[in-house]
Design a protein around this ligand. Structure first.
Ligand SMILES: C[S@@+](CC[C@H](N)C(=O)[O-])C[C@H]1O[C@@H](n2cnc3c(N)ncnc32)[C@H](O)[C@@H]1O
Length: 298
């Protein structure tokens, strides 16, 4: 009988032959195969290594085969086929109403944005452009004394976020709001604002692998240079931050374009454990100093 390790190898080979794109929660064919097999066998990713020699029942083999074929034929990200995504070590419900959680900001949330903020004084957090609610939920868990607002313009995304807030039992501390960026937040102020807004340049969409076409365009594209949303956020953030507060924003491949648009702004580019630098941090005080530059550009 085939073992878990055998089947992971077989699925990995089929994925590699098909030339799939990874990047919606995994980086390699091996990781994607392990996730698929672990899901069918109901083994959490961190437990899989201890179960590699176990035999696989025939019914599970059939399911694994069907999911492998669907992933190859449709190019749908595996997260949508499984209706699950892992973010900051936790499981979230996802479907095509939201992008697949993969924000690099998760690492900095887990570190409570140290040394940039006094954890004791974090009482109000905003996750702007919340999608599945993954960052809002991770923030609520990292800052147990904080109330978190999670805003998105998409009612469909908010429906998914609602499921996740319920699943993580955070309904008392995470509030979901439909808002075009800050518009519905009126005079609300926060100690921490996190945002992973859309940041893909319109022309770049045509160059993306097929997997991205299954994600909502509203979650990806932001104007000609990809910077429309983030520039508006930078211009409006000072009115929504408490003194000593911070704005943490993720801009992916558009990081050089953002720095190039505002050459004199001292964005702090946070470095992830893998060396990526596409998440910036600005203090409330710095945002106030740069207000004119951001307002003129927005
Ligand atoms: C890149 S996704 C990020 C989702 C989630 N934060 C994550 O990291 O997985 C961007 C989100 O911004 C939302 N969005 C787009 N334009 C918006 C706007 N003007 N105001 C609020 N949310 C917006 C989209 O609906 C989408 O859910």
């Amino acid at each position: 009988m085939s073992t878990v390790a055998d089947i992971i190898r077989q699925v990995q080979k089929r994925f590699a032959r098909a030339g799939l794109y990874y990047g919606h929660g995994t980086e390699t064919a091996r990781d994607e195969a392990a996730w698929l097999v672990g899901h069918v066998l109901k083994i959490a990713p961190d437990k899989l290594a201890t179960r590699l020699n176990k035999p696989i029942p025939p019914a599970a083999l059939k399911k694994i085969d069907a999911l492998t074929a669907a992933r190859i034929q449709t190019r749908r990200p595996l997260a949508y086929l499984l209706k699950e995504a892992w973010f900051a070590g936790r499981k979230f419900y996802v479907d095509e109403r939201v992008i697949v959680p993969r924000s690099l900001t998760g690492e900095f949330i887990a570190e409570q944005f140290q040394p940039w903020i006094d954890v004791k004084r974090v009482r109000r957090v905003l996750d702007l452009c919340t999608g599945s609610g993954c960052m809002a939920i991770a923030c609520a868990q990292a800052f147990p004394r904080a109330r978190v607002d999670a805003a998105d313009i998409s009612a469909q995304a908010l429906a998914v976020a609602r499921l996740n807030v319920k699943r993580h039992r955070l309904g008392r501390r995470v509030r979901l709001l439909r808002s075009d960026l800050f518009r519905a937040l009126k005079d609300q102020r926060y100690d921490v604002i996190v945002t992973n807004p859309p940041y893909v340049a319109r022309a770049e969409m045509k160059t993306l692998p097929r997997e991205y076409l299954h994600e909502p365009e509203l979650a990806l594209v932001s104007g000609r240079d990809g910077l429309d949303a983030i520039v508006r956020i930078l211009a409006e953030a000072p009115r929504h931050l408490n003194p000593g507060g911070i704005l943490v924003g993720e801009v992916g491949n558009s990081a050089p374009a953002l720095q190039g648009k505002f050459p004199s702004v001292p964005f702090v580019w946070l470095t992830t454990s893998t060396g990526d630098e596409s998440v910036f941090l600005l203090t409330a005080e710095e945002l106030v100093r740069q207000r004119r530059a951001f307002r003129t550009a927005s």
